[in-house]
Design a protein around this ligand. Sequence first.
Ligand code: DOR
Ligand code: ZN
Length: 343
Amino acid sequence: MNQITITQPDDWHLHFRDGELLNETVPATARCFRRAIVMPNLVPPVKNRSDAMAYKQRILEAAPTGSNFEPLMVLYLTNETTSDDIHEACSQDIPAAKLYPAGATTNSDAAVSGIESLYPVFEAMSDAGMLLLIHGEVTNPETDIFDREKLFIDQHLGPIHQRFPDLKIVFEHITTADAADFVLSGSDNLAATITPQHLLLNRNDLLVGGIRPHNYCLPVLKRNTHQQRLRDVVASGSNKFFLGTDSAPHAKHTKETACGCAGCYSAWGALELYTQVFDDLDALDKLEGFASFYGADFYGMARNTHKITLKRETWTMPEEIALTNGDSIVPFFAGQTLNWQIA
Ligand code: DOR
Ligand code: ZN
């Protein structure tokens, strides 16, 4: 097959940041995605309806003129979040709230310690039909970084899913066979997003032959058997797994340093890379479900109607993207060849 036409996709997990950077990140995503779930880990975080609506407005101002791009906003749960915050926020344009365990990742200092203390908030979310999005890693410093996702399932996610059977949960950016199997064994109210980097790479791509900081993200890349399991579940066409890029820009100098930031900025090639993965897996017929249907279905939103076509045609991801403040970003897959292009 040299061309594929699918319903316009949505990105169910990404980071736009704020300020000037929106002029880079929003158009890059709006070039192919109709909607995006926008992560709230700003400094300070997006904690309530009024923060979310103000942020949404800034994003819309950065969208290309004439685009019908729709940002979907998310609240950032903290130990101070109340059921009232949930009731006030809950709506089509704030469909979800995000749980970051404190210290798990970029800008998560304000996040939750003592997850059980949030059970009243989960109850309110369950009643209101608001989705719970979870960064699923334990954060105690003594836990090996490669075991953090599995332990989070055992210690937190399993109990939450059992205690709140009506709460819709998205286990974000899963990286292990354990996570894939847990999602498959859960009810219809449990689903997961998967990033392009976790389908394309494993920890050798981070560490063999030298440290590659641009492949460093959290949860960190795992061994190839885990990568293979993620590839298997997307190729299976299961509707419990859908597209969420976790595209996360960091300036080049903050990644190429002694203590580099976590995140891959994939917006420039995300859909093309997912297409490449499904093509490699001989599963192009499963791409549309993953990219365009299952996320919308899980969120209880209408599927998009517009179509988008990709052609088999090689191109090279730029080495760097210049920002107006003089910084630059090294995009995910920089300098490498992609096999698919949006027509
Ligand atoms: O690699 C990551 N980068 N993982 C996250 O969970 C957050 C993200 C970011 O905000 O940079
Ligand atoms: Zn993320």
